[in-house]
Design a protein around this ligand. Structure first.
Ligand SMILES: [Cu+2]
Length: 571
């Protein structure tokens, strides 16, 4: 205990700063902010209480979430990480461009950090924005080893704000992650209490007619799937956290009337997508995954696991606003208050209804009338659709030499998208046509021109695949253990096209190199590190292969990544 008390007290004071603009204070309710260019991080077990019961977490300097690290673009940072656990550990700097030996993936970048050992990371910071860090060992990320990174830009950001807060979202369970994984292996729907019942069948039959309801049901049964299969792990075991606070203890962000507040959202959850809104406030998105985008005003956005979004809001009334992040399956939410007075707390809005997957989400063609689509908007939809078709027809028409990759069929795969579509302006299941302006990828445009970026030299097509009965996730039907590395050549530009042959969203994360996402305008490709591939959909991005070494390339859903993972060797 003595040591823990001691390490908790370490706060690194910043070294003399350069002519960077005077930073506004970062405020967090639970984690300290460490700033400068030398850091000491101690990884150890720590007792926490997120659900009311005491549990043991994996903490950094005694903290869950781990301390926020503030770096300055252009400086070299040194981070000494000491492992006090009984098992190996590691820290991966998510979205940070650095040498592969500093990337923190055991087995690829280095050997991992043995118990009792200290590893020194050192690299030059070449970017700015909102990022995060987490363990890349075992399931340590699920037990608390995650924290925020803010990198101060050398040049002033091209937008104004008075104050900023990190809003780090995560999912906590008192169950051990190994237990969660075992349960999923035995029954993939273990945590999904929303399967259809005889009762829902009868009400559907009433709504749609018996034969439609029956054929729908038959189809889903034949696929051994459920149209309610939105999340593998749900609020049945998770408590959703915002900066380490649950919906009762609430994260609180203070504002004064008239201030512009920058909120840096980070999804540090193991398995949860969140749909985020602040009722009564318009959010102006100014950055995605750390990179500036053309400002876009929205009322709601979906944040996939490992993504980050920076938004600016201007609360004008003397009232508490709810920062509301409902899980994609509506099984719970994280909640905070943006408030002028700590005594004033916001109450959450009602959760939306549980989303229902449609034929589209199974890759069976265009958006149909099912699920959360409303029939009465079909006229509007069809004109929207044709505009969209033109835009995506261009993307469809882009052909580059395709490198054929090994593909397995059969037992590893229980579904294929027969007609996967680019669905960049589809905000996703549960967010369609509900009356709020929701961010979709087609809204994301790089703030700066990408007109002169090199055209891809070749293309690779990767199918995201799975077998739900055995809870095996894979790429091209081949799980990581059976796969050979992808070989990228240094200096080339590759177009990667994903086709999602599963019913779930997969946030795909390529380490070490940027993913320039085709969102409809080649002159403003949006630069991301984590890209959601929607169920039954396809998406393409371009990668300039500018970093030698071995890199991880995987789905960021913690219980998917064991199989849905590839090594990338840049030679
Ligand atoms: Cu996945």
């Amino acid at each position: 205990m003595l040591r823990r008390t001691f390490v908790k007290g370490i706060i690194i004071t910043p070294f003399a700063t350069f002519a960077t603009p005077k930073p506004t204070p970062i405020r967090l309710s639970s984690s300290p902010v460490l700033e400068g260019n030398v850091f000491h991080l101690h990884i150890d077990y720590a007792p926490i209480r997120f659900t009311g019961k005491m549990a043991i977490a994996t903490a950094v300097n005694g903290q869950v979430p781990a301390p926020t690290l503030v770096w300055n673009e252009g400086e070299t940072v040194t981070i000494q990480v000491t492992n006090h656990l009984k098992t190996f550990t590691s820290i991966h700097w998510h979205g940070i461009i650095l040498p592969s030996t500093m990337d923190g993936v055991p087995g690829l970048s280095f050997d991992g950090i043995a118990p009792g050992e200290t590893f020194t990371y050192r690299f030059k910071v070449q970017q700015h924005g909102t990022y995060w860090y987490h363990s890349h060992s075992e399931f340590q990320e699920q037990t608390g080893l995650y924290g925020a990174i803010i990198i101060r830009a050398k040049k002033k950001d091209p937008f104004e704000y008075d104050k900023e807060y990190i809003v780090l979202l995560s999912d906590w369970s008192d169950e051990k992650p190994t237990q969660i994984y075992e349960k999923l292996k035995k029954m993939s729907s273990y945590y999904n209490y929303s399967q259809r019942t005889v009762g829902t069948f009868l009400s559907e039959a009433k709504e749609k007619g018996l034969s439609t309801a029956f054929s729908d049901r038959k189809m889903w049964n034949e696929m051994r799937m459920s149209d309610r299969d939105i999340s593998d792990v749900s609020g049945a075991t998770y408590t959703y956290l915002m900066n380490g606070k649950n919906a009762t203890t609430q994260f609180k962000a203070l504002f004064q009337k008239g201030e512009k507040i920058r909120l840096r959202f980070i999804n540090a959850a193991a398995m949860t997508f969140f749909d985020v809104r602040i009722p009564e406030l318009i959010m102006t998105v100014v950055a995605a995954d750390g990179n500036h985008v053309k400002p876009i005003e929205i009322e709601e956005f979906r944040i996939g696991v490992a993504e980050t979004y920076d938004v600016i809001v201007e609360p004008k009334k003397h009232q508490a606003y709810a920062i509301f992040a409902q899980s994609i399956d509506r099984s719970g939410y994280a909640l905070g208050s943006l408030t002028p007075d700590l005594a004033l707390l916001a109450s959450p809005p009602a959760m939306d209804p549980m989303p229902i997957l449609t034929h589209t989400d199974m890759g069976m063609g265009e958006l149909d009338h099912g699920g959360d689509m409303k029939c009465d908007s079909s006229m509007m939809m069809s004109s929207k659709m044709s505009m969209k078709q033109n835009k995506y027809a261009q993307m469809e028409a882009q052909h580059y030499p395709i490198t054929q990759l090994p593909m397995a069929d059969g037992v590893q795969i229980d579904m294929r998208a027969t007609s996967p579509q680019y669905r960049l302006d589809d905000p996703g299941v549960g967010l369609r046509n509900h009356g709020r302006k929701v961010l979709s990828y087609s809204d994301l445009q790089n703030r700066y021109s990408t007109r002169h970026a090199k055209k891809p030299d070749r293309e690779i097509i990767l199918h995201l695949t799975g077998n739900m009965e055995r809870y095996i996730w894979s790429i091209n039907g081949i799980k990581y253990a059976d796969a050979t590395p992808l070989i990228f050549r240094y200096g080339e530009r590759i177009r990667i096209t994903f086709i999602n042959d599963t019913m779930m969203n997969h946030p795909m994360h390529l380490h070490g190199m940027w993913s320039d996402v085709e969102t409809g305008d080649d002159a403003h490709l949006v630069r991301k590190h984590t890209v959601i591939v929607q169920p039954g959909a396809k998406i393409s991005y371009r990668v300039t292969v500018d970093a030698k070494g071995k890199w991880a390339f995987h789905c960021h859903m913690l219980y998917h990544m064991l199989g849905m993972f590839r090594e990338v060797h840049v030679v």
